[in-house]
Design a protein around this ligand. Structure first.
Ligand SMILES: [Zn+2]
Length: 85
């Protein structure tokens, strides 16, 4: 039974990536709720509070990876694959 529920959880995560991420501005420290593109990375995003242009940190593929509460969809998939192996 626990196997079935684990598989179900995997399916839910796989088909329903998280669309909303909370970005934390490194300049003013305020939070912005941002909708993510489901199948792509967003490299730049302007903080609506202070106007700072957020850029990904070195090694991160997009601002959601660097400043978001959840990683971007490709990163989520990569982590899932990594967990399965
Ligand atoms: Zn800001």
């Amino acid at each position: 039974m626990w196997i079935a529920s684990a598989l179900y959880a995997d399916c839910v995560t796989a088909f329903l990536p998280i669309f909303i991420s909370i970005l934390t501005c490194p300049h003013c420290g305020r939070h912005t709720e941002a909708q993510k593109p489901t199948d792509a990375c967003q490299h730049f995003r302007e903080c609506p509070h202070c106007g700072t242009l957020l850029k990904p940190k070195p090694g991160d593929c997009c601002v959601f990876c660097s400043y978001g509460s959840v990683a971007c969809p490709p990163q989520q998939r990569a982590r899932m694959v990594g967990n399965e192996l």
